[in-house]
Design a protein around this ligand. Structure first.
Ligand SMILES: Cc1ncc(COP(=O)(O)O)c(C=O)c1O
Length: 458
């Protein structure tokens, strides 16, 4: 009997790992506006950023060089789980009975369970090289905090994490994971910082937000000795480090003999979207693949791209960071406590924002229940239980595949499985027992957030 063998997994060897990150700034039609110092209204200087970042990171943040070398020591650590596999989702295709081909890059294979170590490792490396001994950061769902805890222990650095209170309570095992790697974890808002104390004085029951947690982590970095701040998303250097995902995926799609018509990723601060999409978008920006589509999927509870405005705004709630030109809901916007904690951020990467403004990329917003419906379809076909954040990408991919079916079209879909959901079981239990609520975001709530956007013209 003839057995048709399907090629399910596309694997690269260690020697195929990219040796340089791709900086999309070199190919963008319109340059991103610079961050501004809120005190002077002028572009932030490298010296000002030095209060929170090491010089090597600042250089990357401001660089227009197309390719930036990945240090050998960083590659050696990333080899622990990279190159990550690319899968053809045959079982999902079958479950949907679609003519579309669906591929996904599996970033859940890192020790922390997501794409976040791709930037945590280089950030810890550059800090260590410049003599820093302690790192601070914020975390939403705990994926980023776990990743920086992992990077800290690998580089011999202390780590202090401010974890958004709603996630701290929803996901205690993420906290234990960070503790296991030696990090100190505080529920944010906390009493450790002025920013936290101020919020608690106004609202003792505050469930926190990424914006508040960033304020606390930045404050601790500025005040602390030999301490710097690390950011899990939004900043240009984070987008850069994550391009290792798409650079590998380009080689793997070639192995599969395919090229995506559409690339889909969830979007919080924009880093996993940037990671998978930017290397392919080079083909679109340089005219090789003008039809290529890329879709960023966000929650309706925090619809930064789809309902936000492009404006200069602070990256954090207390207004301690520079002003970034980005899509924002206002730095005081307080999203509801949805389970995709990593997507509860009021802003999004200035680069992703610019690409959206000029219509190079698309965005969609989806409610929690259809997100978990997609997560269930995926878990029961492909077997992997996705992180609630990643399930946004799955929803986007499923909708594309169903649209292709409706239209009787062939379509090649690539999405990024940014992480697994093995620590998100409360969310799954809530979904399975009909406890998840989809609360519409009222215009009045949005308008309240918009009021906090400073009136800056540049
Ligand atoms: C698994 C996972 N996916 C996606 C995100 C969203 O962040 P970003 O848009 O920077 O990829 C997060 C953030 O914590 C995450 O943990």
């Amino acid at each position: 009997m003839l057995i048709r063998q399907k090629h399910k997994k596309f694997l690269l060897s260690e020697k195929d790992m990219p040796s340089a990150w791709y900086n999309i700034a070199a190919d963008m039609k319109n340059p991103v506006e610079p961050p501004l110092n809120p005190a002077t209204g002028k572009p932030t200087t490298a010296e000002e950023l030095a209060a929170i970042y090491p010089m090597a990171i600042i250089e990357q943040e401001m660089s227009a060089k197309r390719w930036i070398d990945i240090p050998g020591e960083v590659i050696d650590i990333l080899k622990g789980w990279r190159p990550s596999p690319l899968y053809r989702a045959y079982a999902l295709e079958k479950a949907l009975d679609t003519p579309a081909k669906i591929y996904y890059k599996n970033e859940s294979v890192s020790p922390a369970g997501s794409h976040k170590p791709n930037t945590a490792i280089p950030q810890a490396y550059y800090n260590k090289k410049e003599g820093i001994t302690r790192l601070t950061t914020e975390t939403g769902a705990g994926q980023w905090g776990s990743s920086i805890a992992l990077a800290g222990v690998m580089m011999g650095l202390e780590v202090e994490v401010y974890m958004v209170k709603v996630s701290y309570n929803q996901k205690p095992y993420r906290k234990f994971m960070m503790n296991t790697w030696g990090a100190k974890v505080f529920a944010s808002p906390s009493n450790n910082t002025e920013a936290g104390r101020k919020i608690l004085a106004q609202d003792p029951d505050s469930s926190g937000s990424l914006g508040i947690a960033i304020s606390e982590a930045v404050e601790q970095a500025v005040k602390g000795k030999n301490t710097k701040y690390t950011m899990g998303s939004v900043s240009n250097h984070v987008m850069l480090h994550q391009t290792i995902i798409g650079l590998e995926a380009q080689k793997q799609m070639k192995m599969a003999g395919d090229y995506p018509d559409v690339i889909i990723a969830s979007c919080g601060g924009g880093s996993n979207f940037a990671g998978i999409a930017f290397p392919f978008l080079q083909d679109k920006l340089t005219g090789k693949k003008p039809e290529l589509r890329a879709v960023a999927v966000e929650p309706t509870a925090c619809p930064t791209l789809t309902r936000g405005v492009m404006a200069y705004d602070f990256g954090d709630t207390a207004g301690m960071t520079p002003l970034f030109k980005m899509y924002t809901l206002g730095h005081e916007f307080m999203p509801s406590g949805i389970h995709a904690g990593g997507l509860r951020y009021h802003g999004v990467s200035p680069i992703v924002s610019k690409l959206y403004e000029e219509k190079t990329i698309e965005a969609a917003a989806v409610d929690q229940n259809p997100i978990f419906e997609a997560a269930m379809i995926f878990a029961r076909s492909e077997g992997i239980i996705p992180a609630p954040e990643s399930a946004h990408a799955i929803r986007g991919a499923i909708d594309e595949a169903l649209d292709a079916k409706k239209k009787g079209e062939k379509r090649t879909i690539l999405f990024n499985l940014s992480g697994h959901g093995n620590f998100d079981m409360q969310a799954y239990d809530d979904y399975l027992n009909n406890r998840l609520k989809d609360v519409p975001l009222e215009k009045s709530e949005l308008e309240k957030g918009f009021k906090s956007i400073p009136n800056i013209k540049f």
